[in-house]
Design a binder for this molecule. Structure first.
Ligand SMILES: NC(=O)c1ccc[n+]([C@@H]2O[C@H](COP(=O)([O-])OP(=O)(O)OC[C@H]3O[C@@H](n4cnc5c(N)ncnc54)[C@H](OP(=O)(O)O)[C@@H]3O)[C@@H](O)[C@H]2O)c1
Length: 379
């Protein structure tokens, strides 16, 4: 796929980092569990090579850019939105490639929080006499790879909560009916949101009420996210559509019922007991999903699961679709808390963007504490 560099200026470091970020974003739906990385090589103010990582096991962005540049990489500056890797994975270390090609300068947006790299890439490059600069457009770079960074630095995925609601914030009628609150265009947008996430998580309440598939049905889909159901007692029907036939459905439970477990496995589900005192605890859910190498998890559940994750302070971002209708006080609210929340203890989110999508409004918000976590490291 060719990339249009016309809006970028090769004589400007920030502009070239923006180009690297835009290239990296092309892998938004495909690089999981790997990070999204783009690389641009510039020599004498001319772009001589570029590349972006497409999927795990394939060449990294730096290797593709070096191959694109050939001999012109000698003496060039490499712009890359993540510290180049210095370890042998399924592909060789990018640091070796940059050194061997004779690159003179590397400008990276951020350090790689992966314990296998973590400054080691910069050290190798500096040791080989390459000029290294980092922390250019760091906020943008961290946001693009928020899932990968959260998993590497905090051992849990980044959690995005999606909900479709009426103008008065109701997500279903009094009897549970919610199909469809928002328009077809908004539902298409949800498809692309799903494609950018490693996993889609719901509760058994939604499975029993709606029997959703929660897969990506967009044309040309290369990767299906893992579908996750929180089901304490294994009430999931054996013919639930979410199980599918691709072995991509994970049921997290607190049940030790061997017969129900075997029956669900027989029809193609993975079943993992993560119960603590007979309950499913949100923190344990995310720890388990980190073990499944999930970077971003999209919650598409009813008010019970949505409320449980917000109350546990484990929702990092919200994508809320509002439709021009009203369901009133008998309609189901977005978050069930099971207790009164004092005004001064209300969870807060920063509104990031609003957008008209078809006939609806998409409101995006993030948790400032979660965004701050992206610049810290716990392990
Ligand atoms: N408008 C929207 O965006 C939207 C999206 C999805 C669903 N919905 C609507 O939401 C309704 C279903 O809502 P719901 O609240 O019943 O379903 P839910 O939130 O999807 O699932 C709730 C169930 O999850 C299980 N669960 C497992 N671990 C849990 C935990 N740690 N905390 C809380 N619950 C846990 C509980 O059942 P067990 O105890 O048996 O495990 C609980 O009853 C339906 O009417 C559906 O149409 C609307």
């Amino acid at each position: 796929m060719s990339f249009d560099f016309s809006q970028f200026d090769p004589s400007d470091d920030a502009s070239m980092m923006r180009a690297a970020l835009a290239l990296a974003a092309q892998g938004e739906s495909t690089t999981q569990p790997n990070p999204r990385v783009g690389c641009v090589l510039v020599r004498d103010e001319v772009i001589v090579g570029s590349g972006w990582h497409q999927s795990a096991g394939e060449l990294h962005a730096e290797r593709l850019a070096l191959a694109d540049a050939g001999d012109k990489a000698r003496g060039a500056t490499a712009y890359v939105n993540l510290e180049p890797c210095c370890h042998q994975g399924r592909t060789p270390p990018c640091t070796d490639g940059l050194i061997d090609a004779g690159v003179a300068r590397v400008v990276a947006a951020i350090r790689d929080p992966n314990p296998l790299v973590e400054g080691g890439g910069f050290e190798q490059l500096t040791g080989a006499g390459i000029e290294v600069e980092s922390d250019l457009l760091g906020d943008e770079a961290r946001w693009l790879n928020r899932g990968f960074i959260m998993r590497m630095a905090h051992r849990r995925p980044w959690v995005i909560l999606k909900s479709a609601a009426t103008l008065d914030g109701r997500t279903a009628a009094f009897d549970g009916q919610s199909k469809w609150i928002t328009s077809e265009v908004a539902r298409q947008r949800v498809q692309s949101l799903r494609s950018e996430c490693s996993a889609i998580l719901t509760g058994i309440g939604t499975v029993l009420a709606d029997d959703p598939q929660l897969n990506v049905r967009a044309e040309g889909t290369q990767r299906q996210p893992l579908r996750v159901v929180l089901d304490t007692q294994l009430r999931c029907p054996l013919d639930a559509r979410i199980i599918g036939d691709d072995h991509q459905c994970l049921i997290l439970t607190a049940s030790e019922d061997a017969d129900k477990t075997a029956a669900l496995i027989e029809v193609g589900a993975e079943v993992v007991n993560i119960g603590v005192d007979g309950q499913i605890v949100p923190q344990e859910v995310l720890a388990e999903l980190a073990r499944w190498q999930c970077n971003e998890v999209l919650i598409e559940a009813g008010q019970t699961i949505a409320g449980a994750f917000v109350k546990a302070e484990l929702v990092d971002e919200m994508a809320l679709f509002y439709a021009g209708s009203v369901l009133g006080d008998q309609g189901r609210s977005m978050f069930k808390f099971n207790q009164a929340i004092p005004f001064d203890q209300r969870p807060e989110f920063r509104i990031r963007a609003s957008e008209i999508v078809g006939e609806d409004v998409l409101l995006s918000a993030s948790n400032s504490a979660s965004v701050a976590l992206l610049s810290q490291k716990l392990f």
